[in-house]
Design a protein around this ligand. Sequence first.
Ligand SMILES: C[S@@+](CC[C@H](N)C(=O)[O-])C[C@H]1O[C@@H](n2cnc3c(N)ncnc32)[C@H](O)[C@@H]1O
Length: 293
Amino acid sequence: MSEVGRGGTRREWLRWATDRMRDAGVPDPAREAWRLLTPSDCEVPAFVTAPDATVDAREAASLDHLVTRRCRREPLAYIRRSVEFYSRTFRVDPRVLIPRPETETLVDVVLAMEPGAPPGHVVDVGTGSGVIAVTLALALADRPIVATDTSGEALQVARENVRRHGVSDRVRLFHGDLVCAPCDILAFAVVVANLPYVTEEEWATLAPEVSRWEPRGALVSGADGLDAIRRLVARAPRILLPGGWMVLEVGAEQGGEVGAMMRAAGLLQVRSYRDLRQIERVIVGRAPREDGT
Ligand SMILES: C[S@@+](CC[C@H](N)C(=O)[O-])C[C@H]1O[C@@H](n2cnc3c(N)ncnc32)[C@H](O)[C@@H]1O
């Protein structure tokens, strides 16, 4: 039990949690303490309505446990086992990458491109928790969706999210590399991917919340971070239907290189989109139509 112990008020608990997090090196400890101790599904938490109420023994034990986990630099999303993406709640745990806000830009771009794509399937390559596949399935009622991942553990989480959002009949999950052999669809109207794009060197510099907790295979992809993306783009002529779009999330400063890869693979109308922080984040390219345009 903590120094605040059984007798502490909620206000004291917040102060104490902030101090412990500061000592553990958690960035912005006061905000983190507030986020950690106030449940996300509670509109007006007891920490606001009754800050001077004494925390009982049961609540104290649970708060102490939460603070200890966060001080070990476990991300809040794993502690809560959930994250918001596109205004929906998804299950996450250390088997999957925590979806990032910039990936909502990737979804926005797919939704903007989709009306111009030919009839056919959408594939989400490297689906992780399944947030992209589920969000697209809910937005695109007429598109069957396929999602793949090399991590069987990630696919277990994706399956849970697919079920939770009621799209099991619309999203098929496959275990394997890129657009893998078990998948019986040969070519797609849209190939969307948020594959790993962190370099080996960057990995060592990432915050403990990432390097200690998130799956390395979801983040790192070779010396320049582009191994998986390079292999996927090289396959574009085979896996895209004529007129189909490839839509890829990339790291800051990778846009130029990935755009060049797409042009070298024969894709047309290659261009990029920025995320909300004005970082070039999404690169798109289109397979030539039957008439070569
Ligand atoms: C950056 S995470 C993205 C997860 C999710 N799509 C998202 O946006 O939150 C990359 C995912 O790609 C998977 N992955 C890595 N290499 C892969 C490959 N060669 N083929 C398929 N999936 C791969 C990882 O297991 C991980 O789940």
